[in-house]
Design a protein around this ligand. Structure first.
Ligand code: HGY
Ligand code: MN
Ligand code: MN
Ligand code: MN
Length: 428
């Protein structure tokens, strides 16, 4: 039993870890890539099946389920004082092409299991507890990262972008959303915005996606801040032509322009003077993409991040300057230089960090304060609620690839820390 002030007696927190693993395996079957890889892209048939599976698990956990206009899914456990701001937790289930089955999923299925753990132990929440499945944390389909949480945090210009944006098959966001049963009316996109004060705290459980916890043999990472992400979309155009007939002095090869810019991304990142600055060119497409045709068009997408926002912005400026210089030296046209997102970092909330530290101590788990170099829905939830993140180790830090793995033991520890933290925050 529980005194209202003692969130939970530790011994009673029992996690159905094998059940959680089975659910993770089941969910990974809703994929457009052959196992062990997972591909699950926003609003595809597999995404809809996966959402249905999660809603079923929320129902079994006794949560009341609702969905908003873009498919953020909320599972609520009403507390004894339901009018108070609730405590929320959650993550995402979309998976980039050929990735793993733990990224995001641990924070959704693990959150539902944390609710089950608390129910099994007889805990009664004061503040309601809410599990959130955020729509499309990954930028795969429309190039927008954290689409659902960005919208929940109240991004006006995202509402406008979503009314016109299309994917690479020229399917509009609204048509894709409707095909998955959402966005009945395009004017209810801003209805997604969270009312101020909806949540008193938001906590996300996630695999570290880095090697530190495993290397140092530490069970739990307590995130102090999330690095500042940015993404750019760049296109060059040239005259193209016959790979044999056009002599080198007469070329303005859009492919080489892209290649030169990609290497410049690496150069500008390395000259930032900090190991915390990173840059990646994960997409580089050449048109027409024939061996004997000089690329007349190139499309590259750049991801650059840093824990220091100013330093990251300097890298973006230098990339832009180099893109312009390349148009002069190579005689190509810079037909697009678009900053898709340029987000500030987000600090975790001190009180939420304290609750997580208390949880790890009570559970006798080793823990470490650390920054998150990956972005998460927490980056945007931090704009509307005190935020915290719990990391668990993952094998060699692998993520965004099929070898991604976290042990039942580590996931169980994460779920216990989450359950304890939610209980503590619910009684505050
Ligand atoms: O890219 C990221 O940081 C996140 O894992 N989507
Ligand atoms: Mn990811
Ligand atoms: Mn993730
Ligand atoms: Mn383009």
């Amino acid at each position: 039993g529980y005194s209202i002030h003692e969130p939970t007696s530790i011994s009673s927190l029992s996690v159905d870890a094998q059940g959680l693993q089975n659910q993770i395996d089941q969910l990974s079957g809703f994929s457009d890539a052959p196992a062990p890889a997972v591909t699950r892209v926003l609003y595809t048939h597999k995404d809809v099946l996966a959402r249905r599976y999660v809603k079923k698990l929320m129902g079994i956990a006794g949560l009341s389920v609702r969905e908003d206009a873009v498919g953020n899914i909320f599972g609520r456990w009403d507390g004894s004082e339901p009018e108070l701001a609730a405590v929320a937790t959650g993550s995402h289930i979309d998976a980039i092409p050929y990735s793993g089955k733990y990224d995001g999923v641990v924070g959704v299925l693990g959150a539902i299991e944390a609710i089950n753990v608390l129910k099994r132990s007889g805990f009664k929440p004061r503040r309601s507890l809410e599990v959130i499945l955020f729509t499309s944390e990954e930028p795969t389909r429309f190039g927008i990262s954290c689409l659902g949480s960005r919208l929940l945090a109240g991004s006006e210009n995202l509402v406008n972008t979503l009314k016109t944006i299309t994917d690479s098959q020229n399917i509009s966001f609204l048509d894709a959303a409707r095909s998955a049963g959402y966005a009945k009316d395009e004017n209810d996109l801003s209805s997604v915005f969270l009312k101020k004060g909806t949540y008193s705290a938001f906590v996300e459980l996630h695999i570290e996606q880095g090697p530190i916890l495993e290397d140092e043999g530490i069970s739990i990472g307590i995130v102090t801040a999330i690095a500042a992400p940015a993404s750019l979309r760049v296109e060059f155009e040239g005259n193209g032509g016959h790979a044999g007939a056009v002599l080198m002095p007469n070329r303005n090869d859009a492919g080489l322009a892209a290649a030169e810019l990609a290497l410049a991304v690496e150069k500008h990142v390395l000259e930032s003077g900090s190991i915390d600055t990173v840059g990646t060119v994960g997409i580089l497409e050449l048109h027409p993409g024939a061996i004997n045709s000089i690329p007349s068009k190139s499309h590259i997408e750049i991801d650059t991040r840093d824990i220091d926002e100013e330093r990251r912005n300097e890298v973006i400026d230098k990339i832009h300057e180099t893109a312009i210089r390349i148009t002069k030296t190579r005689g190509v046209k810079l037909s697009e230089f678009h900053v898709v997102n340029q987000d500030p970092p987000a600090p975790s909330d001190k009180a939420v960090i304290n609750a997580m530290e208390t949880a790890t101590k009570e559970l006798n788990l080793t823990s470490k304060l650390m920054i998150s170099r990956a972005y998460h829905d927490s980056l945007f939830m931090a704009r509307v609620s005190p935020m915290g993140m719990i990391f668990i180790p993952c094998y060699k830090g692998y993520s965004h690839k099929p070898e991604e793995y976290s042990s039942i033991e580590d996931m169980s520890n994460g779920v216990k820390v989450l359950a304890f933290t939610l209980a503590k925050l619910s009684l505050q």
